[in-house]
Design a protein around this ligand. Structure first.
Ligand SMILES: NC(=O)c1ccc[n+]([C@@H]2O[C@H](COP(=O)([O-])OP(=O)(O)OC[C@H]3O[C@@H](n4cnc5c(N)ncnc54)[C@H](O)[C@@H]3O)[C@@H](O)[C@H]2O)c1
Ligand SMILES: C[C@@H](O)[C@H](N)C(=O)O
Length: 341
């Protein structure tokens, strides 16, 4: 089979590899679509992520879907011919976090496209059957691949304890922010505001139904929201990872409101007005990856509550992976997708 290996920063090579054989509890998936995530682009640009580097060639891609072409002898959840979304993180299954259902916090999770666990930019993936999810007939494999970023949004909205009728600010409308906006709406948000520093992104969010778009280069997000929403919004979801935006996000909830931090800012510290956080009794919560979200993502996609394919701006075959990554890096592009088979 063909596999796109990242062999060095900025350099993919398409190589022949042995097609994997599924173990007794695995399925073999013929991969059809794989999204390009910001973390893939980071690996591509730098060849490393924090302390970890690509000492061996690494196959990127953790937003994937395809068709089951073989199943292990103990598998009965899915069958040959089923189209499935592949959930990229396989936790240990027995630590305290796995046991209480928060398997996104498992310290021994094997997550696709990180050193030691190849991702899905290849023709076939063998994966535990427990972590593939059959697509309903109304969900395409292109949408199935994007269950992953939709899941990040579902996790964030759940962490926010968002209530019907809430007002929400989504800070940053890249793929995670845009999809989170849809999920928040589906969860009952009455009003969704967005903030970004790129006008085309704000326009895109407005086209997708944002009620208020704030250019945070020229406006103070907290002040604008306090004015528009009688003291601030109920829920803020931070989806930039940019320290100034995180700082602004912490200032935006109304008294008694919640700020959920999704954006990753490795190694950064962000000032927080501790007095105001206490006085306004703000809940600040982190939201990391996702657990038990794929069935919900599939329901939302099947019901057209989330427009995942509307985020795809660049679509290329696996052979053009380098071009696709270069295009995915440009600020006007929301999501890149590679067609594999
Ligand atoms: N917590 C998790 O599990 C998880 C999962 C996936 C992604 N992430 C993180 O979420 C963040 C968003 O992911 P993405 O793929 O959408 O990223 P992205 O870079 O495509 O989008 C970020 C958006 O934030 C905007 N932005 C940047 N600086 C800003 C500022 N100062 N004020 C307002 N807007 C600003 C950008 O213009 C862009 O539209 C990233 O930090 C990513 O690493 C976290
Ligand atoms: C969750 C996933 O999308 C994120 N990029 C990660 O690697 O953690």
């Amino acid at each position: 089979m063909k596999a796109a290996e990242l062999v060095d920063a900025g350099r993919f090579e398409l190589r022949d590899r042995e097609r994997p054989a599924p173990g007794p509890t695995d399925v073999l998936v013929e991969v059809s679509d794989v999204g390009i995530c910001g973390s893939d682009v980071h690996w591509y640009d730098h060849g490393r992520m924090g302390e970890r580097s690509i000492d061996e060639p690494l196959v990127l891609g953790h937003e994937s879907a395809g068709q089951v072409v073989a199943v292990g002898r103990d598998v009965d959840r899915v069958a040959v011919g089923d189209e499935v979304a592949i959930e990229p993180g396989v936790p240990c299954g027995h630590c305290r976090y796995c046991r209480d259902g928060r398997y996104n916090l498992c310290p021994d999770v094997e997550f696709m496209a990180t050193p030691g666990t190849d991702g899905a930019f290849r023709e076939y993936v063998s994966w535990p059957a427990e972590f593939v999810h059959e697509l309903p007939p109304t969900v395409s494999t292109r949408e199935g691949a994007l269950c992953e970023p939709v899941s990040v949004g579902i996790q964030a909205v759940r962490r926010a304890d968002l209530d019907v009728g809430d007002s929400v600010l989504v800070m940053g409308v890249g793929p995670i922010g845009l999809l989170t906006m849809d999920v928040a709406r589906a969860a009952g948000a009455a009003t969704v505001a967005v903030a970004d520093i790129v006008p085309s992104k704000l326009d895109r969010a407005t086209d997708r139904g944002a009620d208020l778009a704030i250019d945070s280069r020229t406006e103070d997000v907290g002040d604008t929201l306090r004015e528009e929403f009688d003291g601030g919004v109920d829920v803020v979801i931070e989806a930039t990872g940019a320290p100034p935006a995180i700082e602004a996000a912490l200032d935006a909830p109304r008294p008694g409101g919640t700020a959920v931090l999704v954006g990753l800012a490795p190694g950064e510290t962000v000032p927080m007005d501790a007095f105001e956080t206490v006085r306004r009794q703000i809940d600040i919560r982190g939201s990391y990856r996702f657990a038990n979200t794929y069935p919900t993502a599939l329901s939302l996609l099947g019901a057209n509550e989330v427009d995942a394919t509307g985020t795809i701006d660049v679509e290329m075959p696996l052979e053009r992976i380098g071009d696709a990554f270069e295009r995915a890096k440009t600020p006007d592009v929301i999501k890149g997708l590679l067609s594999v088979n």
